[in-house]
Design a binder for this molecule. Structure first.
Ligand code: PGA
Length: 254
């Protein structure tokens, strides 16, 4: 379960958030049962969060929201995979629709970033999904294939070179992000089916869903066993909602 904080939180808010989560003593047990919390802060707080999580001995993963598509050099304002690795960051969210839409990120950039992350054993969480217009014109499954094809090619290359780092694909329809509208179960099943058909079973196995997920909507989707995990924005700015979600999951699916 990934909490994408986007451009929110500061050091005192992060400390208060961890204070709430630290009141729960069952994290190690939940984690060994296969439930893990991934926290994704703005890049300037990765180091602070990673140190705080280590100090409190919380079994959370720290995940970046982006990384540069180049290894090193004259790229003012960028952060490299080696820097993430140096901080002990476990994973990175790639190709979020906000990055594609507002910062001109292309499918080729996302594929290059995926390859770099895998080369440093950083888990890529690759977002994809259609806009409302693309869905209305029934282009959505072609959009998914177009977005994932170059990424999956890089994953195959990395696998051939011996990489065992997991890769998660996060279906995040643009019309569902921050809108209060979530995708229906059938939409998510269609995504899983399309990925399986186009790229094989491995591709659909680690499917995450994101887009206006709350601790309540998450319980419904998980009941039906359609997704492996969730990418949650707004709702998980509240640590109490994170606790409610984990309580629900671990009670109903121990
Ligand atoms: P949301 O964001 O949960 O606020 O819709 C999800 C995301 O953009 O990752």
């Amino acid at each position: 379960m990934v909490a994408n904080w986007k451009m929110n939180m500061d050091r005192s808010a992060i400390t208060a958030y961890l204070d709430v989560l630290s009141r729960e003593g069952r994290w190690p047990r939940w984690c060994s049962n296969g439930y893990r919390l991934l926290l994704s802060p703005p890049s300037v707080y990765l180091d602070f969060l990673a140190a705080a999580v280590r100090e409190r001995e919380l079994p959370f993963w720290v995940v970046a929201q982006n990384v540069c598509a180049h290894e090193k050099g004259a790229y003012t304002g960028e952060v490299s995979v080696d820097m993430l690795r140096d901080l002990g960051v476990n994973g990175v969210i790639l190709g979020h629709s906000e990055r594609r839409r507002l910062f001109g990120e292309t499918d080729a950039h996302v594929a290059a970033k995926t390859a770099l992350a895998l080369s440093r054993e950083i888990v890529p969480i690759v977002c994809f999904g259609e806009t409302e217009t693309e869905r209305l014109s029934k282009e959505h499954s072609r959009v998914w294939e177009r977005q994932i094809a170059p990424v999956w090619k890089e994953v195959q290359k990395a696998r051939a070179a011996g990489s065992e780092t997991p890769v998660y694909l996060a279906y995040e329809p643009v019309w569902a992000i921050g809108t209060g509208r979530t995708a229906a179960l059938e939409d998510i099943r269609e995504v899983a089916g399309t990925l399986r058909e186009a790229f094989g079973h491995d591709c659909s196995a680690g499917l995450l869903y994101g887009g206006s997920v709350t601790d309540e909507s998450l319980s419904v989707l998980v009941e039906k066993g359609t997704v492996y995990g969730f990418l949650v924005g707004g709702a998980f700015l509240d640590p109490e909602a994170v606790l409610r979600a984990f309580h629900h999951l671990t009670t109903h699916h121990p």
